[in-house]
Design a protein around this ligand. Structure first.
Ligand code: GDP
Ligand code: GDP
Length: 436
């Protein structure tokens, strides 16, 4: 994949690494094949409005020796010119312009690279006067930001991506967003870490980013998936339990941003109320859903175990009877390879469109088999049906009188549609409208 590179350069202490963390913090980290903690602190992938670029903090690269700061900066600038498509020269608004800034600006101007002059530590945006001095550098309008307080970051990102020509529209319609959810200790982190491949997690450990949501993009057999909010799911050894304690609201937020939710249930404990609550939320929001019954390795099995578990799930989570169940073990890896294909399948099911002709044939068939409800001598008539949306599949039935529709008949129609079309793993919505 041909990604643009954006390099951050500037004198020590102007706030390069603070800016790096700011830009990386909430964004996507791509999992690639070249891990290594030090590297991760210097390189990261950032996504903004669907464009992705590789960000380099040259402050993290050792150019030193015992050279003067100016000479180190010159080498830093040279490195950026050689490797980057866009260069961010960071200066300190409070300190004002220095001769080192001027020397580096000279070199950058002659390089014909896209350079953005980033004026950091403008903690108060009423103090734009701090910028005037920097016009002298001849690198265009200084862009005010406060990396420390997170001011001006969105505008800066807009300007960065405007300079990126290679359009890597990596997060397209086809990218499937997955939220891994479930109660504490169900095995969510173990599953996520295994999905990412133990050594391939590039979520950054920089201070300040710990609590931010980090979405990780992975590729599997040519398909792209985003694991939402892996920050809460990182290897436990590294994180502070108190900070990362599983919170329902966080899980709900992840579900909201997802296409497919993967509800992890501890097989030893069975289905709990919290599981039902989260599943209910996914259902209401029209999200795809799969159930991962984890810790399958711990269960003593006979030939009825699977059906007993399915029964338990059906009883306690009856309203999501459409969700497929996988019996997995994050510990042994059993059936872990089935997760992404199943997520993809559910995504496709929830994206399915039924042509109006076929849909109406099926509805007519359903009506012929079981007559619609009637009340006081009037019976429901369904004139025609049409699918108006996907994710979730949403149907509108035009009827003579909406009052005549019963919940149970709607349920019947839903099941009939499922029998004919599948719609596995996705809720279905049916709306009735009156048509004279
Ligand atoms: P680097 O050496 O260029 O990577 O600079 P750092 O990111 O380590 O920041 C140097 C110092 O400046 C640290 O004490 C930061 O907390 C501080 N700093 C960074 N950004 C800002 C900012 O926007 N405003 C203020 N007031 N301080 C900042
Ligand atoms: P989370 O709180 O949902 O993220 O759960 P963790 O991934 O931290 O797992 C909680 C505990 O269950 C840890 O001690 C894991 O080692 C263990 N665990 C996770 N998955 C499995 C599994 O499939 N089998 C077994 N035996 N233990 C597991």
């Amino acid at each position: 994949m041909d990604k643009a590179t954006v390099a951050i350069i500037g004198r020590p202490n102007v706030g390069k690494s603070t800016l790096f963390n700011r830009l990386v913090g909430r964004r996507i980290s791509i999992v690639d094949d070249t891990p290594g903690i030090t590297r991760d602190r210097i390189y990261a992938d950032v996504e903004w409005t669907g464009k992705i670029f590789s960000l380099v903090d040259t402050g993290g690269i050792d150019f030193s020796g015992k050279d003067s700061i100016v000479n180190q900066m010159i080498r830093q600038a040279q490195y950026a010119i050689d490797t980057a498509d866009v260069i961010l020269l960071v200066v300190d608004a409070n300190e004002g312009m220095t001769s080192a800034d001027e020397e580096v600006a000279d070199i950058l101007r002659r390089s014909n690279k896209s350079v953005l002059l980033v004026c950091n530590k403008v903690d108060n945006f009423n103090r734009k006067d701090l910028l005037y001095d920097f016009y002298k550098l001849g690198l265009g309008d200084p862009i005010p930001i406060s990396a420390g307080n997170g001011l001006g970051i969105g505008d800066l990102l807009d300007k960065i991506v405007a300079h990126i020509n290679v359009s890597v529209d990596i997060i397209d319609e086809e990218t499937i967003r997955i939220a891994v959810i479930g109660k504490p200790n169900a095995g969510k982190s173990s599953i996520v870490n295994r999905l990412l491949g133990q050594e391939r997690v590039i979520v950054s450990d920089q201070p300040g980013t710990t609590r931010d949501a980090i979405d990780v993009l992975i590729e599997h057999e040519g398909d792209r998936y985003i694991l939402i909010d892996t920050a809460g799911l990182r290897r436990k050894a590294k994180i502070n339990e108190a900070v990362e304690r599983y919170s329902v609201s966080r899980a709900l937020e992840a579900v909201q941003r997802s296409d497919v939710a993967a509800l992890v249930i501890d097989a030893v404990e069975g289905v709990t109320e919290q599981d039902a609550k989260i599943a209910g939320f996914a259902h209401e929001k029209g999200k795809g859903l799969i159930v991962l019954l984890n810790k399958w390795d711990l269960i003593e099995k006979d030939n009825k175990t699977v059906s007993r578990y399915k029964q338990d799930i059906a009883e306690k989570l009856g309203f999501i009877g459409y969700a497929p169940v996988l019996f997995i073990s994050a510990k042994t890896g059993q059936r872990m390879d089935k997760i992404l294909p199943m997520v993809k399948y559910v995504f496709e099911q929830s994206s399915m469109r039924i042509s109006t002709g076929v849909l109406n044939d099926v509805i007519r068939e359903a009506v012929a088999i079981s007559a619609p409800p009637s009340s006081k001598g009037r019976s429901l008539k369904i004139y025609y049906a049409t699918q108006v949306a996907v994710r979730p599949p949403t149907f509108v039935l035009f009827v003579n009188d909406t009052e005549l529709m019963h919940f149970s008949y709607e349920r019947y129609l839903e099941n009939y549609l499922r029998r004919n079309f599948g719609f596995e793993g996705t809720p279905i919505r049916i709306a009735v409208r009156a048509r004279k």
